[in-house]
Design a protein around this ligand. Structure first.
Ligand code: FAD
Length: 369
């Protein structure tokens, strides 16, 4: 099927789903818990109708089509403000890692179930003292002979209170303080020794959690990739996290258009800021069109998108004058935007990556461990 033919099928499916009120409104990379039932029903509907995992292999429940077909799906969803998949952590992070590094048994076990929304994933990477400096993480997996017992504390784990599985980083070689001692696991969140405590953000939502692990069991086949070699898998996941822009350019265009109101065009100072945002956003939109699927440009697009979102949401509140101090439609995006400059690697870290990997500047000095 050509991309054009597929796009027509997508349009028909989405328009019918919107008319029947089945389609789930777009919510970005982190699913608000209140959207869970709606998002799951939508994902099940997509799976049943052949619109889940567009470019995933058919033997694992996908549609076996190309990256361009997947982009057509993302584009048409974005045009209609519909979510393209329910669980970023499952579809992009865990799904990408299992497809690249999983054994046949792991692929069979997890991929179809993820696409069908039978299982939801979270990402247990960050720890209280290891965020940007993730390689210093301290969670330990002690060998038991036929597996491991993992102990440690994770934090900022999005959707952990709803997830059945996690991608988990833990240190399997305590002699190695750096990346060589880390392994990557597919972890059952219903295991004994798991305590998930939701955290309240300044939006009032509880989208992420603290996760305490105390001697939680891991089986031998929960290991993804080589023992002590999990850092390679982790860096691949982090690159996917930065570069999964989907059809962000379309969402960006819509957000920029929504900023054009009498309040932002009639006042000279506001108009000047609006022009600046429109020019920057237009350039970023062009970059997004050119960078789709290019992991090297991930830091650039991640930085650009989260920084402009922060500026746009601040502008939307500022230009309301005193009304901006009252909780209204502009409040939630304004309070949400700063977190996105941190999630998936902070803006400072993206700048470091751009400097070192794209511009070839000298690497920042490493701290002694
Ligand atoms: C909304 C949200 C969702 C998240 N979801 C998840 C999730 O599902 N799973 C998960 O594992 N994690 C998640 N995180 C955690 C996220 O990955 C970390 O917060 C992030 O990597 C930063 O780590 P940190 O919070 O420990 O800050 P730190 O690393 O302590 O950084 C503190 C400050 O120092 C700056 N800084 C640090 N190192 C450098 C440096 N080398 N050069 C310049 N500046 C530096 C940072 O930019 C930042 O401003 C989420 C975070 C947020 C906000």
């Amino acid at each position: 099927m050509t991309v054009a033919e597929f796009r027509q099928r997508v349009i028909g499916f989405l328009d019918a789903s919107i008319a029947e009120d089945i389609a789930c409104p777009s919510f970005g990379a982190i699913m608000p818990p209140a959207m869970f039932e709606r998002a799951r029903a939508w994902q099940q509907h997509c799976f049943a109708n052949g619109f889940a995992g567009i470019d995933w292999p058919t033997e694992y429940g996908g549609q076996g089509l190309s990256f361009d077909h997947a982009q057509a799906w993302n584009d048409e969803c974005a045009r209609r403000g519909v979510t393209a998949y329910m669980n970023f952590q499952g579809f992009i992070l865990a799904g990408g890692a299992i497809r690249k590094y999983g054994t046949e048994e792991q692929k069979q076990r997890y991929l179809r179930a993820t696409l069908a929304a039978d299982i939801l994933w979270c990402q247990l990477f960050s720890e209280p003292n290891s965020g940007s400096d993730l390689v210093s993480l301290g969670s330990r997996a002690e060998p038991t002979g036929d597996g491991w017992l993992v102990t440690g504390q994770k934090v900022w784990s999005s959707t952990a209170q709803l997830a059945q599985y996690a991608i988990l980083l833990a240190r399997t070689n305590p002699q190695e303080a750096g990346h060589r001692g880390i392994s990557f696991f597919l972890f059952d969140m219903n295991s004994p020794g798991v305590d998930v405590r939701p955290l309240t953000q300044m939006t009032g939502d509880q989208e992420f959690c603290e996760v305490f692990l105390t001697d939680a069991p891991l089986a031998a086949d929960d290991l993804l990739g080589p023992l002590h070699g999990g850092w390679t898998v982790a860096t691949s996941v982090l690159a996917d996290e930065r570069s999964a822009v989907g059809a962000a350019g379309i969402g960006l265009r819509r957000s920029l258009d929504q900023l054009v109101t009498p309040a932002t065009t009639e006042d000279e100072v506001a108009r000047d800021r609006l022009l600046d945002l429109t020019a920057t956003g237009g350039a970023l939109g062009q970059l997004l069109n050119r960078s789709a699927g290019n992991p090297l440009l991930g830091p650039l697009t991640k930085l650009g998108l989260t920084e402009i979102a922060s500026r746009m949401t601040t502008f939307a509140v500022d230009t309301q004058g005193p009304a901006g101090m009252i909780d209204n439609d502009a409040t939630e995006p304004f309070l949400y935007a700063p977190g996105m400059r941190v999630a998936g690697g902070t803006s400072e870290i993206q700048r470091n990556l751009i400097g070192e990997r794209l511009l070839g500047l000298p690497r920042e000095p490493k701290q002694k461990r």
